[in-house]
Design a protein around this ligand. Structure first.
Ligand SMILES: O=P(O)(O)OC[C@H]1O[C@](O)(CO)[C@@H](O)[C@@H]1O
Length: 398
């Protein structure tokens, strides 16, 4: 299962680093993503647009490559061909199932966009193949109900609102369209489903400075993220927020700048407290208190240990960086199979500043659990709690 060529996290000798997740164990979670979820996604994208024969042929090729073939390089016309070779030259010619899961999954999305003409000059350039699914998310009775619920929260004490909005942002991470292609359980989240809760420590780090929020999914995750940011700005808990989004469509529902605009419009158009929050956020964007950034690193197949210098400096200068979601968590701990009781601070000691993870558990990796919690989870569910999306965590470090 380990990928021997992967470098160790900073400061760790290669031989002692926990193995990186790969997808070659039939029936394992990462295997199911490559063998089942990716083909289902290709089918879904095919049906969502009136693509032409060239796009269908390219999707056929991708489907064959990623399920039965080997990793092929990007075409010679791709501007980032050399960049991807630098990130994984040694993966070319190998089965997608034998290379690190983080790399193969990320490359799948890059190839999918190439297949539908997202990057090539022409009529399909910049057309997000996932946009219909993301927009549909915003236009549901559940979304209306969630926004209306804000009116009940508004008269409550600020601290109570803050905790509720933090949990809204956390559990919003279940609203992930890629995940729903699998067999997600939809039971109601409760506090007992928090396997680690550093919520108080997180809130103690909000000291009136800059918050970097690395967003995950658009739609019904981004809306509560934005509501949390609004609350923190409005109550002086932070003076500035930087929202980091993806530079291009990724992992189905990940938020881009266009999705952020859609979410802000949805808020602005809402009635009551949600509309007020939307209008405050709009004003905060205008006066620079809310900034959106779409750094290429966020679509790179790299762990956070390999942060580029500009982001490293930015996160070091912030009061706190909040990483949303499962993929950010995987990248934070290098997608390595640490023992679950490894302290969060140990696995994240490479991070340049204070970092918090808000994540529902949707993949095998996890750290920072106490031994009793892990034992109880295993006794109740064997290892299903790791991937079912029914449990969540708030962790702060390093
Ligand atoms: O949107 P999130 O929370 O980052 O989740 C991404 C999902 O995709 C995966 O990478 C698998 O496709 C899992 O880690 C997770 O289920």
């Amino acid at each position: 299962m380990p990928a021997p060529a992967e470098p160790a996290p900073s400061g760790q000798p290669a031989e002692s680093a926990p193995p990186v997740v790969v997808s070659n164990v039939v029936g394992s979670f990462p295997w199911s993503v490559l063998a089942e979820r990716h083909p289902a996604l290709i089918r879904q994208v095919r049906g969502a647009f009136p693509y032409g024969p060239g796009q269908h042929r390219a999707l056929d090729t991708l489907l064959a490559d990623c399920t039965e073939g080997v990793v092929e390089p990007l075409g010679p016309e791709a501007a980032d061909r050399d960049q991807w070779l630098e990130w994984g030259r040694d993966r070319i010619g190998r089965s997608w199932f034998d290379v690190p899961f983080l790399w193969s999954e990320s490359y799948f999305y890059r190839r999918l966009l190439e297949a539908v003409g997202y990057f090539a000059p022409g009529p399909w350039q910049g057309i997000d193949p996932f946009r219909p699914f993301k927009l549909a998310e915003l236009d549901t009775a559940e979304a209306d109900e969630e926004l209306a619920a804000l009116d009940e929260l508004a008269p409550r004490p600020a601290e109570e609102q803050e905790v509720a909005l933090l949990h809204g942002s956390l559990w919003g991470n279940r609203a992930d369209l890629g995940f729903r292609l699998g067999a997600a359980s939809q039971d109601t989240p409760t506090a007992s489903r928090l396997v680690a809760d550093d919520g108080d420590a997180l809130r103690s780090l909000l000291r009136g400075g800059t918050l970097c929020l690395v967003a995950d999914n658009a739609g019904r995750e981004l809306i509560p993220d934005l509501l949390l940011v609004d609350h923190l700005l409005h109550h002086g808990r932070i003076t500035r927020a930087v929202l980091h989004v993806k530079p291009y469509p990724y992992y189905v529902s990940d938020a881009t700048t266009a999705d952020t605009v859609d979410a802000l419009r949805r808020l602005v158009d809402a009635k009551g407290a949600a509309g007020e929050a939307g209008r405050r956020l709009w004003a905060a964007a205008a006066d620079g208190r809310l900034t959106v950034r779409a750094h290429p690193f966020f679509c790179a197949p790299l762990p956070y240990a390999d942060l580029p210098d500009d982001l490293r400096r930015e996160f070091a200068a912030a009061d706190l960086t909040v990483l949303k979601g499962d993929l950010n968590y995987r990248r934070l701990i290098g997608d390595r199979l640490y023992p679950a009781t490894t302290p969060f601070a140990v696995a994240t000691d490479h991070f340049p500043g204070a970092v918090a993870a808000l994540r529902t558990l949707k993949s095998d990796v996890v750290v920072g659990l106490d031994a009793g919690t892990e034992a109880a989870l295993v006794a109740a569910e064997e290892q299903r709690w790791r991937t079912g999306g029914t449990h969540a965590l708030i962790q702060v470090g390093p």
